[in-house]
Design a protein around this ligand. Sequence first.
Ligand code: AMP
Ligand code: TRP
Length: 326
Amino acid sequence: MKQRIFSGIQPSGTLHIGNFLGAVKNWVALQEKYESIFCVVDLHAITVPQDPEELRQKTLELAKIYLAAGVNTQESTIFVQSQVPEHTELAWILNTITKISELERMTQFKDKAKEQHQNSNAGLFNYPVLMAADILLYDTNVVPVGEDQLQHVELARTLAKRFNQQFGETFVVPEPFVVKEGMRIMGLDDPSKKMSKSAASEFNYIALTDSPEKIREKIKRAVTDSGKNIRYADDKPAIKNLINIYSLLDNVKPEEVENIYKGKSYSEFKADLAEVIVDFLTNFQEKYDKIDDKDVLNLLNEGKEKAKKLAEKKMAEVREKVGFLM
Ligand code: AMP
Ligand code: TRP
């Protein structure tokens, strides 16, 4: 029997190549080997205020992005988190075995709470518990994510083990999956911080929707390191990041990129990198534009039914173990 992978992205903000290279690219690469479930996590998205109509729109758009990126729904399941209520039910139960101190240690919570100190809500605090529920509900073996989610996957592992110990063997203990070069794509305007949808400047990221002109402009303006050589090294974080992007999109090893550009200038390298990104995104956008909203809604409906079957079965087991009247 195939092992299972589960992952998700929030339908908020603008998706960028960091999301693609850190997460979705690996989903597509893994989907043949694993039974795959990819979720649009709208319940997570509302931990920061969303406009309802826009949220609905973004949910559909994100499902289309999964498809355009190459998720194959013949084999893989895509669905929307809020359409399977077992996620919130399991999250509640897991909340009761989660320590407040464990959640206080989560760096994403600390960062987000700092941004919106006064009205930081309880959903933001419990966010990692809902994510653990997403993962554990489906007996997930492997969770492909970017580096910023590793701490959350670790919590899911802790909660699985704790529940199993307290109530008997119930959950699979999941493993995270990251690819070193893509797990942390850095900001183009500041290579000391990760590329982020909520960055102040659009010159921080390449959005999946950027036009060729915009991509060329952004890469031209991307920060570089001191020196002249195209070197893949930790003391050259800006160039290292650009080499990683080139390497992952063009499927060549970072060392090969270094070789190709030996003796060449930053500007030559950047011009080529821009074209690698333009080629990739033009192709992606063509596929995206061809996808019909009605077809996506149908696929999400099918996905919901498949996910529901698995989730209902698992929750019945959980309710019984916890001691609820059957
Ligand atoms: P989010 O946008 O927070 O829903 O993240 C969606 C996925 O993209 C998660 O697996 C993240 O770990 C991943 N991700 C987000 N930003 C980056 C980045 N700068 N580099 C690599 N992966 C990222
Ligand atoms: N918290 C993840 C992020 O922001 C999204 C997410 C929610 C997720 N549930 C998940 C990722 C389950 C993997 C598995 O990126």
